[in-house]
Design a protein around this ligand. Structure first.
Ligand SMILES: Cc1cc2nc3c(=O)[nH]c(=O)nc-3n(C[C@H](O)[C@H](O)[C@H](O)COP(=O)(O)OP(=O)(O)OC[C@H]3O[C@@H](n4cnc5c(N)ncnc54)[C@H](O)[C@@H]3O)c2cc1C
Length: 481
């Protein structure tokens, strides 16, 4: 691999630009290091093990790979948050990694622009083949005021949610007004699909464990509300399985509101349409914790690309995951619309993304090696689908077999543990689970923000109050001199 070449343009590094004499090198750039991007790079490394003339670079926002199915447990303290991620630099053998936020993709010049941090160093990376694996973002366009809600997609979201809930319990513990306490301890999840249901399941377990440390608070002070626009939760699964999940959540005290679209979200409350009340009045549910799990939208960066896109903004590719306009442009995972043999799009799921990665790497290799005939479409029959409901409970289908209860929960956990890259991370995850079995969730608040915690963002915080008092005092002193 060639050494970095720094451009003459001040402030911009061109990590993979070559002089004309070096132009025989083929540069594959992968954008996004999630399930899709990470596995593509791993497969490309294997396929080009003995090809020094091929450079593989991954550019992604974080220097770790996040195992999203473990996000719920990272958020509840069952898993140490760091154990839900794996550092990419420990996974790659020869591929290059650049930690940067991709800000622009220039398909004409065949380069991508990334920035290390807001206002930070810029990179311009050139490519011969580009793989888009940028995933999606939480869909905030469906509900007015959705910016008020908390997303649940990144490691930061999980750490933030856990801190927020523990913080609210601390406040509720000292609160005497039952109405205020009720609001502090009301948790609303908007979206009853896979992510919303799993999140609610894990939260019920987390809060049951949390309550043991707050003897002044009891379960009846806590209110869980799950709102779903479809007539039932888990529309991804067959009805009998969804019924099982609904019953389990209901038994744990979750209020399930189905067939209802949230009208709007305001600070500290959600507003439901009139039909809920039956008297023409819309219903307001006051809650300090409002979580949004109502689907994903396309990565906004894709909107800037002059290529065919579906209505939901995902890049349309053929069955081989290649752009119809540019034979050197590829896309997969949540940011791509990949048709199955019947023309239906594959769902945005991790189990698909990691399998798409293998086929896409094979296809890129075939294109680079001039074996166009070997390029093949991605064909995959879903193995099944499982959802963890917390409390050692789960539900789903493995092939033709429906599974419920502990077995479903165990299979779900084991499957994703085995998908976790690196034996060291697998071990850490298993150890965390074992410790959690014996000692229950850790309730210590990892307050990364100190007094400037975002849950207090609209209140003058302690530091500002002290600073304010100091400024007032010193200005008085100056005036009196
Ligand atoms: C909480 C949760 C639980 C889930 N559970 C399951 C499950 O149990 N089973 C299942 O099959 N699926 C599950 N999914 C869905 C699954 O995570 C996705 O389908 C999968 O992650 C898609 O992979 P991807 O690589 O396309 O996108 P992602 O995994 O989202 O990866 C995209 C990557 O691109 C990076 N990126 C994005 N924009 C930029 C930018 N501008 N610059 C630089 N980098 C950028 C991101 O940081 C990320 O690393 C879950 C999703 C969530 C949120």
């Amino acid at each position: 691999m060639t050494q970095p070449v720094t451009s003459s343009t001040p402030g911009i590094t061109r990590p993979n630009s070559h002089s004309e004499s070096q132009r025989t090198v083929q540069r594959i750039v992968v954008l996004g290091g999630g399930f899709a991007g990470l596995y593509v790079v791993q497969w490309l490394e294997k396929l080009f093990k003995h090809h020094a003339g091929v450079e593989i670079t991954l550019m992604s926002r974080n220097n770790y790979f996040l195992m999203t199915p473990f996000l719920f447990e990272a958020g509840s303290g069952v898993l140490e948050p760091r154990h839900a991620v794996t550092p990419v630099r420990r996974i790659f053998k020869r591929a290059r990694f650049i930690e940067a936020e991709v800000e622009k993709i220039d398909l004409e010049k065949k380069c991508a622009l990334g920035r290390h941090a807001p206002g930070g160093h810029e990179y311009e990376i050139e490519f011969d083949h580009l793989v888009l694996a940028l995933g999606g973002v939480t869909n905030r366009s469906l509900i007015p005021g959705a910016d008020q809600a908390i997303a649940f997609k990144t490691l930061g979201d999980a750490i933030f949610l856990r801190n927020k809930i523990i913080d609210l319990f601390e406040r509720a513990d000292a609160e005497e007004d039952p109405e205020v306490r009720r609001r502090l301890l009301t948790i609303v999840v908007i979206g009853g699909g896979l992510v919303g249901v799993e999140l609610m399941g894990e939260l019920t377990e987390f809060i049951d464990n949390l309550l043991r440390s707050y003897p002044r608070l009891s379960r009846e002070f806590v209110r869980f509300v799950l709102v779903e626009a479809h007539e039932r939760i888990l529309p991804e699964m067959e009805e009998s399985l969804a019924r099982y999940a609904a019953e389990r959540l209901w038994r744990r005290g979750v209020n399930l509101i189905t067939g209802t679209r949230v009208q709007r979200i305001e600070r500290g409350k959600i507003v439901l349409p009139a039909k809920e009340a039956g008297d023409g009045q819309s219903v307001e549910i006051e809650a300090e914790t409002i979580l949004l799990a109502a689907g994903i939208a396309a990565n906004p960066l894709l909107a800037t690309l002059p290529v065919e896109k579906a209505r939901n903004g995902r890049v349309v590719v053929d069955g081989a995951m290649r752009s119809k306009q540019h034979p050197w442009l590829w896309a997969l995972g949540d940011c791509a619309l990949i048709p199955d043999p019947k023309g239906n799009p594959y769902p945005p799921l991790a189990q698909h993304a990691l399998r798409e990665a293998r086929v896409l790497a094979h296809n890129v290799a075939a294109a680079i090696l001039g074996r166009e005939k070997e390029i093949k479409p991605f064909v995959y029959e879903t193995m099944g689908m499982l959802a963890s409901l917390g409390h050692y409970d789960g539900v789903g289908r493995i092939g033709p077999v429906r599974v419920r209860g502990f077995l479903a929960w165990w299979v779900w956990r084991t499957y994703y543990m085995l998908q976790m890259p690196r034996i060291e991370r697998k071990l850490r995850v298993v150890m965390d689970w074992t410790v959690a079995l014996l000692f229950k969730n850790d309730v210590a608040k990892l307050d990364l923000f100190g007094e400037r915690h975002p849950t207090h963002q609209d209140e003058p915080n302690q530091v500002e109050r002290i600073k304010g008092a100091e400024i007032a005092r010193s200005s008085k002193e100056i005036m009196s001199k």
